[in-house]
Design a protein around this ligand. Structure first.
Ligand code: PEP
Ligand code: MN
Length: 363
């Protein structure tokens, strides 16, 4: 993996990083030895920043909740011995005061905290006057406004060294991923705040070692600015998130195999062929919009008919038929069932919205 030194955060005047930035280290700080032995090995890789959770926000009680304050000194030992910068999670002002006292270099706000504006404001207030990188994870649920809200609270208080972390979103039921990536959300965040660096945490998206490579590569292909990857000297015996942690050798291998692509290509032949393919896409998208408009016009006519004949909007049999029929057709054409379902649901919902309007109008 090639990386280069860049000014990652255009908002900031104080920090420059490598891109892709690599943050690695255990899910939780467990002991001085575990921290130091992991950090020593990470020092031999492309890791720039050492992570470890000291206070662990766990969904269920009786899980390992972190060792707390003693780990701050272990962090200092990692700084002293390896020269790596260190980062940990804070969730309230007590945590902030402790990390400041121990010269921890930077902090991240966890997914469970980001969704709580009171907690965010408390952290913002207790960090007043401190200039350190602040990494903000996305909230558990796929609500872009909550994520934006936390970022804005820091920004409005004068913080300019803010980096977003995409760690996936909770989804009920058994899924391939522990947290669904829903890449469209970080992509939308980047559209709204182009100068905000965003890194990806493939470990919490994956929930499983075997998926980390694939997710990391997708993140780099989407031009993410870096990765945060949970790495433990002995993952199988880790006290939290055993299944998703890599050991330092596995991390090194993963980093070596990642391909970092250029955002734009100066080679004129590639640029031309890209331009041609994009013009094809533009034409197809225009057609898609026309088709959708025609379809919604038909849904409106059907709505008028239903209204005239006092028929309910939702026709479960018809919806079931559409779903099964289009899924079959989509799969034959090589489209993923996940995509076809999402698309059909969105179209169906819009048809229902249109027909509800028809029912409620005086026409
Ligand atoms: C973590 O990074 O160890 C962690 C608890 O992450 P999240 O807040 O994304 O669940
Ligand atoms: Mn973890």
């Amino acid at each position: 993996m090639k990386s280069m030194k860049i000014k990652l955060n255009n908002l900031s005047n104080s920090v420059s990083y490598f891109k892709p930035l690599v943050i690695a280290g255990p899910c939780s700080a467990e002991s001085n030895l575990q921290m130091l032995s992991t950090a020593r090995e990470l020092k031999k890789t492309n890791t720039h920043i050492f992570r470890a959770g000291i206070w662990k926000p766990r969904t269920r009680p009786n899980s390992f909740e972190g060792v707390g304050t003693p780990a701050l000194e272990w962090m200092n030992n990692v700084q002293k011995e390896t020269g790596l910068k260190v980062i940990t999670e804070v969730a309230n002002s007590t945590h902030v005061n402790k990390i400041l006292k121990h010269n921890i270099d930077m902090i991240w706000i966890g997914a469970r905290t980001v969704g709580n504006p009171f907690a965010i404001q408390e952290i913002v207030d207790s960090l007043k006057g401190v200039d350190m990188p602040i990494f903000i994870k996305n909230p558990l649920n796929a609500d872009l406004n909550l994520w934006l809200g936390a970022i804005e609270r820091f920004y409005n208080a004068g913080f300019r060294n803010i980096i977003a972390i995409h760690r996936g979103f909770f989804s009920y039921g058994i899924q391939k991923y522990r947290n669904m990536p829903q890449w469209q959300l970080p992509v939308e965040l980047k559209r709204l705040i182009p100068e905000l660096p965003i890194i990806c945490d493939p470990s919490h998206i994956a929930g499983n070692r075997s998926l980390i490579n694939e997710i990391s590569q997708t993140a780099l292909d989407l031009n993410f600015d870096g990765l945060m990857i949970e790495t433990h000297i002995d993952p199988i015996n880790a006290l939290s998130d055993q299944e998703q942690q890599l050991n330092p050798i596995q991390l090194n291998e993963l980093l070596d195999n990642l391909v970092v692509r250029n955002q734009s290509d100066n080679n004129s032949e590639t640029a031309l062929s890209l331009e041609y393919l994009r013009s094809q896409i533009d034409k197809l998208d225009d057609k898609l919009i026309d088709v959708l408009q025609n379809r919604m016009n038909l849904a409106e006519l059907i709505g008028l008919d239903k209204k005239a004949n006092d028929i309910t909007i939702l026709q479960p049999e018809r919806w079931k038929f559409i779903l099964e029929d289009r899924m079959k057709k989509g799969i034959t054409k090589g489209l993923s069932d996940e995509f076809v379902i999402l698309l059909l649901r969105a179209i169906h919902q819009e048809s229902i919205n249109i027909q509800t309007k028809v029912m409620n109008s005086n026409k």
